[in-house]
Design a protein around this ligand. Structure first.
Ligand SMILES: Nc1ncnc2c1ncn2[C@@H]1O[C@H](COP(=O)(O)OP(=O)(O)OP(=O)(O)O)[C@@H](O)[C@H]1O
Length: 337
């Protein structure tokens, strides 16, 4: 697969504030990437640098091998960008604005009309092309912003929070449109909403405090981080006896139990790092004739992962460790085959 964008050691400082902190990643052809991070994480700043709207303090961005600062024309030609606040001219009609955008993009005169028609149909703004932008709803304005990004059908389309401020129906429409675009283009979008990124993107980059704290497919992120090291159990045996039995099971870090009104003891067992004590638990309880009603490893959702990664530096470090281990595991598995 072809590498379209290389971001190398990117740093952006606003005064003393490090908005982008040594970012490194590549964008490969044919995916829908999601930049996910809380407000202020540095998503817009990164996108503005990648698209040549903002200079970096350090580092470099290559678009199809062209440095965005040294060869801006060549690099920008390959990108369509919808910034957080689309640069719309309120007193222009939609069509006038599209003509203006086509001129800026240097689309040859003889191809302009056709190019605009194609995009207007795709984004469904043909019906409003004679209306002034200031009289359009927020949803339609966003579509016009998207239309100027898509105009000329560049290879890479970058969208900053494309669904912010839209109503649920418009959000669904925008998502459908993004999926449609992704059939022929590489799309990068940012969002602070995990559900949105998970729904549309096949690759997620989690950004927190200007740093890339995780980057993988949604499935892999869930897999690496899904195991919490916690096991839920339930039994009719008294809590004190359960505690006694658990003392003899190696690999346990912590136990917390409670009894409900019906006499069922339930609780959580935290395993020591890297241990899997499920079989040991099962046989120990069975030997003592203390049947377990439940023995269930607690799965962490992508929501939990996101919250943890973006709130705690320790969690982010832990993620990096797990991802490395998983990578090593995959390499050695491949070797075994
Ligand atoms: N022009 C600026 N001057 C000073 N600080 C800035 C400027 N632009 C952004 N920042 C700061 O840089 C950090 C990153 O901002 P950025 O807009 O890139 O984040 P974001 O992830 O896109 O969040 P949002 O979704 O809220 O835009 C924030 O702390 C922000 O306050």
């Amino acid at each position: 697969m072809e590498t379209l964008i290389e971001v190398k050691n990117l740093v952006k400082k606003y005064g003393n504030h490090l908005a982008v902190d040594h970012l490194n990643f590549t964008i490969e052809e044919g995916h829908i990437y999601g930049f996910l991070g809380p407000n202020g994480a540095g998503k817009s700043t990164t996108m503005n640098i990648m698209t040549g709207y903002l200079g970096a303090t350090e580092g470099e961005v290559l678009i199809n091998g062209h440095d965005i600062l040294k060869e801006p024309e060549e690099a920008k030609k390959q990108i369509g960008y919808l910034p957080e606040l689309p640069p719309l001219y309120m007193d222009m009609t939609v069509r006038e604005y599209m003509e203006f955008a086509a001129e800026l993009k240097k689309i040859p005169k003889e191809k302009r009309a056709e190019s605009i028609e194609d995009v207007e149909k795709l984004v469904k703004i043909k019906d409003v092309e004679k209306r002034l932008i200031k009289n359009l709803s927020k949803g339609y304005r966003q579509r016009v912003g998207l239309a100027q990004a898509v105009l000329g059908f560049p290879e890479i389309i970058i969208l900053d929070e494309p669904s912010v401020g839209l109503d649920p129906k418009q959000i669904i429409e925008i998502r459908e449109l993004i999926r449609k675009l992704a059939k022929k283009h590489t799309v990068i979008l940012s969002s602070h909403i995990l559900a949105e990124v998970r729904e549309v993107c096949d690759y997620i980059m989690i950004i927190s405090k200007g740093k890339l704290v995780a980057s993988d497919t949604p499935e892999n992120l869930e897999r690496y981080l899904g195991e919490s090291g916690l096991i839920e159990i339930e039994t009719r045996t008294e809590a004190s006896k359960v505690k006694e039995v658990l003392k003899n099971v190696p690999g346990i870090e912590k136990v917390s139990l409670k009894i409900d009104a019906s006499g069922i003891t339930s609780g959580q067992i935290r395993e020591k790092r890297g241990q899997d004590i499920r079989e040991e638990l099962f046989t120990t309880f069975a030997e003592k004739k203390m049947p377990l009603l439940k023995l269930n490893p607690v799965q962490v959702s992508l929501e939990d992962v996101f919250m943890e990664l973006t709130q705690s530096d320790k969690a982010a470090e832990e993620f990096a460790r797990k991802a490395k281990e998983a990578e090593k595991g995959e390499v050695s598995n491949a070797g075994d085959l």
